[in-house]
Every structure is written in structure tokens, then in C-alpha cells.
Design a protein around this ligand. Structure first.
Ligand code: FAD
Length: 494
């Protein structure tokens, strides 16, 4: 099966590409289609800091997004595509602003890549209606996922709610060469008369400079341009992908060990779109005999992880209540969740007295990223051992992760809390000490992030004796596990 035939393109004099979490030149469907169908092309990015804050998007993810945008602006300029920037408070103001922008820039067609959380979908529906009413051509493209949400359904026409059958159906639906990335846009004709800035209503200015910071988002890069150690941009993303190719063969064996640098660390780039999902699949296919099951265990395992991303994005598109932080299993709202601010703070700060949890939380706070195994461990600890409402943890992750993504984060939290569609059974609670011994056997990871414990032996480090300068555990792991199971046991429909 080859790439699906693109729809025939109309020719327009002036088009606009609305960039969001798709910040790259290569394999960008909306940008590519805009360049194919228009003689002159501009791009716009609309920052909505209040809406972002209301959605709990924190400084790391927003700062990384802006820094990627800045890199992209330069690359677009080389192709005669000016990038305009607008800052307004909320999504609700976007349709009105967009009407003004297309009017002032004399745009005939708008191109954007679809986004799937509920608020984003509503914003885009309103923009589509407003611009169509104004006589524009509007095209929202499928780009963030391999197949558009809704493309893979059960025999009964329903959204898959369990991962394994979803994966099976997904792979059966796809051929091996389905996902060829698109080339970058061609160099456009120079547009005469597109100004450097435009005054819009309500004191908003459309400008060609990307600000270093936004109000409420103060994180600054270091002098090399890195944010929390991460180099932003499409070029850096491509370097990450190339570097991971060298070790993809060992992924299945090593990916669960947080002290090893064995996973791709591509999530910040995938999330803001500096790397595309098709580029990832193309690389993995190349290492795996050209398809899903070519015998390279590492590549096959990694492709499976990419499909978790796909699965959660399809789910968030199909079930608006997930965007509203409602549990997939409504009955789980009857769990007597605790709202203990002090316990929660100890978890956030990495001072629970459980070393693997503390090391993981400090990794998050210091680097904006956490290893997947540890995301599961700390989420289980918060929601089961501390019985704190999973939404507190979900929110903290959104605020601190540089790869914060509503679909994956909500999916991960609801998985760990046993409130989700395909989640860990409530009676199977992770034991953080066993996880620590199994996946950080020598205590290497703990030592890296919890200096107070550096001097401890391999044997003592997972569950240390009383120590000066390190807290005693905030809970009894065995007892709290039993209490959590009891809290779930009486619920129906689990
Ligand atoms: P790799 O192991 O190299 O995997 C490659 C890519 O596959 C990842 O970059 C990611 O895009 C995707 N992926 C892998 N595992 C998952 C998964 N379980 N769910 C969805 N996608 C996956 N991922 C995010 O991108 N953003 C989040 O906000 C996020 N929050 C999470 C919260 C919890 C509680 C849990 C348990 C998981 C969360 N994940 C999230 C999923 C996963 O932990 C990260 O994607 C992964 O750790 C990123 O590291 P990597 O790029 O090295 O992953």
C-alpha cells in the first residue's frame, strides 16, 4: 500500500499555514499542502498563554515550543515564508483574530494540522466556520498520528478501548510503505506587501518576532540555547533520531533501566512536532526489514511504543471527557481519594523517603523529563500508596514535563490509577522497592539524583535505614497497598 493519493490541489495566490504543535519544515502535511497549492505562503503561530495555563501546560513545554518556533522561523524565511506571531489570552479569541489576519494579509486559503484534545477541536471548528463564512478555503490535515483518529475501528464500528487489539487492527490496516515522510516545502515566490507587523483589534499586534518569554512562563535557556539540558529545534530532533538509530537494536532489552540511556528521548520533539511520527516509523522500518515485523526485536518493540502514542491520541479524539480529566471508568470517582497537601508536596519535591520515587521526581524537576518505567512507579505510588487523586499527579506532570502531552499524560495517569480504559488492574500495585531492586539494581540512578544516599551500599540504597538528612518513608508500602485494593474492591465496572 502506498501513500494515500493527495486530494487534487487548487491554486491560490496567497495561503496561510497555521502552525501549532507541528514545528518543523520536513514532513509537515499542512505546510507541504500550503506550498503546493499557493504561489505565496505565510505562516502564523498564535500563543494563548492563559488557555495554556488553564490546561496546566507549564514552563518547560511552553518554553521548548517557543524555542522550536524560533528555529523554524529562520528555516521558513529561507523559503520565503514569513512567520507571524500573535499573542492573545485565550483560545476563544482565536477565530476573531484569525478573521482579521486573513483579511489583512489577503489570504485565500488556510492550512493547519488537526489537533485532537477537546478545547483544540472546538477552537478549530470555530475557526473553520468563521473562515468558510468569509469565503476562504480551509483545510485541516491529518499529520500528528499515522492514521487519523477514527480510521481504525472495531468490527462493530467502535473506538478500540484496549491497546492490544487496537495494535493488531492498526498493523493489519497498514502496509509497510504507508508512512513515507513528505519533502519540505519548495521556495515560495516573494510576496510583495506583507508587512513586518500589523495592528489588530484590541491592541493585539501580529509581529514577525518570536518573544523569548511569555507572561507567566519565565524559563530561560542557558547560554548554549538549551532548556533544562534539551536543545530545541528540528535539527536537534533529527540528531536525536539519528543517534537513537545506533542503539535501537538494544531497546527491547534495555529500555526499562533508567540509569541507561537506552530510550530515544524523542518525546519533547514528537510532542511539539520538531520530529514527525512518520520520520520515526521510517527509521524503525529501515532497521526492521521495511515493516512492522522484520525480526529486529528492538525496532519492533519501539514501534509498539509509538503505537501507544497513537492509541492515546485516538482515544482523546473519541472521548471528550478525557480532555476534561474525567475518569474513563466513572465508578472510580467513588474511590475515597485523599487531598493531603503535605503528602503531595513530599511526592512533588522528591522527599517521600522512598528512594526510587524521590530520584524519579527529582529527575523530573531537574530535567523536565522522566523515564517511562519511573513515570509508572511514581504514578502508582501517588495514586495507590498515597491514594491521592490521580488528577493532582496528572496536573503536576503537565506543569513540569518538557514533553507534556494531554493525550499521553492522561492515558498514562489513568493507566496507573486503574481508572482508564486499558489500565493496570487495581489489585496489581507496583511495589516501589521491588521495582527499584529490579530496574536500578546497583542504585546507580538513585545515586545520580539523590546525593544524600550516594554513600549507601547496593543493598541498603533501595530501602535505607534511618538516616540524618533523608526522610523516613511517608507511608508503609505494604499496608497502603492493601488499603488501596480495599478502596477499589467494592466498585463496579472495573
Ligand atoms: P521511547 O521509549 O523512546 O518511545 C518513543 C516514543 O513513543 C515516545 O517519545 C512517545 O512519543 C511514545 N511513547 C512511548 N511510550 C508511550 C506511552 N506509554 N504512552 C504514549 N506514548 C508513548 N509521554 C509523553 O509524550 N508526554 C506525556 O506527558 C507523558 N506522560 C506520561 C505520564 C505517565 C504517568 C506515564 C506512565 C507515561 C507518560 N508518557 C508521556 C509516556 C512515556 O513515558 C513517554 O512518552 C516516554 O517516557 C518518553 O521517552 P522516550 O521519548 O525516550 O520514549
Amino acid at each position: 500500500m502506498g501513500n494515500p493519493e493527495p486530494k487534487p490541489l487548487k491554486r491560490f495566490r496567497r495561503g496561510l499555514v497555521w502552525l501549532r504543535n507541528d514545528l518543523r519544515l520536513n514532513d509537515n502535511t499542512a505546510l507541504y499542502r500550503g506550498a503546493q497549492s499557493c504561489r505565496e505562503l505565510a505562516a502564523v503561530f498564535i500563543a494563548c498563554p492563559i488557555s495554556w495555563q488553564e490546561q496546566d501546560e507549564g514552563e518547560p513545554v511552553v518554553a521548548f515550543r517557543l524555542a522550536c518556533l524560533r528555529e523554524l522561523q529562520q528555516r521558513l524565511a529561507e523559503r520565503n515564508i514569513p512567520l507571524y506571531f500573535l499573542e492573545i489570552a485565550r483560545f476563544q479569541q482565536v477565530p476573531r483574530a484569525m478573521e482579521e489576519i486573513v483579511h489583512k494579509l489577503e489570504i485565500e486559503a488556510l492550512f493547519a494540522n488537526s489537533e485532537y484534545p477537546y478545547n483544540e477541536q472546538r477552537r478549530d471548528d470555530a475557526v473553520r466556520t468563521a473562515l468558510k463564512n468569509a469565503g476562504l478555503q480551509v483545510e485541516f490535515c491529518s499529520d500528528r498520528t499515522l492514521l487519523p483518529p477514527g480510521a481504525v475501528k472495531t468490527g462493530g464500528g467502535e473506538t478500540y478501548k484496549v491497546f492490544t487489539p487496537f495494535k493488531r487492527a492498526f498493523v493489519a490496516r497498514c502496509g509497510s510503505d504507508y508512512f513515507a515522510p513528505l519533502p519540505p516545502p519548495r521556495k515560495m515566490e516573494t510576496a510583495a506587501g506583507w508587512p513586518r507587523w500589523i495592528q489588530l483589534a484590541e491592541q493585539h499586534n501580529l509581529v514577525r518576532t518570536i518573544p523569548g518569554k511569555l507572561p507567566g512562563y519565565e524559563l530561560t535557556p542557558d547560554r548554549n540555547g538549551r532548556l533544562l539540558g534539551w536543545m530545541p529545534g528540528e535539527k536537534a530532533g533529527a540528531r536525536h533520531l539519528r543517534a537513537f538509530r545506533e542503539k535501537i537494536g538494544r531497546y527491547a532489552l534495555e529500555r526499562d533501566f533508567p540509569a541507561k540511556d537506552a530510550t530515544s528521548r524523542l518525546s519533547p520533539y514528537l510532542n511539539c512536532g520538531a520530529v514527525s511520527i512518520r520520520q520515526c516509523v521510517q527509521m524503525a522500518f529501515a532497521e526492521n526489514g521495511g515493516g512492522w515485523s522484520g525480526g529486529n526485536q528492538g525496532a519492533e518493540c519501539w514501534l509498539g511504543e509509538l503505537l501507544w502514542r497513537e492509541f492515546y491520541t485516538h482515544l482523546i479524539a473519541a472521548f471528550p471527557r478525557l480532555s476534561m480529566h474525567k475518569p474513563f471508568k466513572p465508578d472510580t470517582d467513588r474511590v475515597p481519594w485523599k487531598y493531603d497537601a503535605q503528602l503531595f508536596r513530599s511526592w512533588c519535591e522528591g522527599t517521600t523517603g522512598v528512594p526510587i520515587v524521590d530520584a524519579a521526581m527529582r529527575q523530573l524537576n531537574e530535567t523536565g523529563w522522566m523515564h517511562n518505567r519511573l513515570r509508572m512507579v511514581v504514578a502508582s505510588f501517588l495514586t495507590k500508596n498515597l491514594l491521592i487523586d490521580w488528577r493532582w499527579g496528572e496536573r503536576y506532570f503537565m506543569q513540569r514535563l518538557i514533553d507534556a502531552d494531554l493525550a499521553a499524560n492522561n492515558g498514562g495517569w489513568q493507566w496507573a490509577a486503574s481508572t482508564g480504559t486499558d489500565s493496570v488492574p487495581y489489585f496489581r500495585v507496583f511495589n516501589p522497592y521491588s521495582q527499584s531492586k529490579r530496574f536500578d539494581r546497583h542504585g546507580e540512578f538513585i545515586r545520580r539524583f539523590v546525593p544524600e544516599l550516594r554513600h549507601l551500599s547496593e543493598k541498603a540504597i533501595h530501602c535505607p535505614p534511618p538516616l540524618d538528612g533523608y526522610p523516613a518513608p511517608v507511608c508503609d508500602v505494604a499496608q497502603s497497598r492493601d488499603q488501596a485494593i480495599a478502596a477499589f474492591a467494592g466498585l463496579r465496572n472495573l
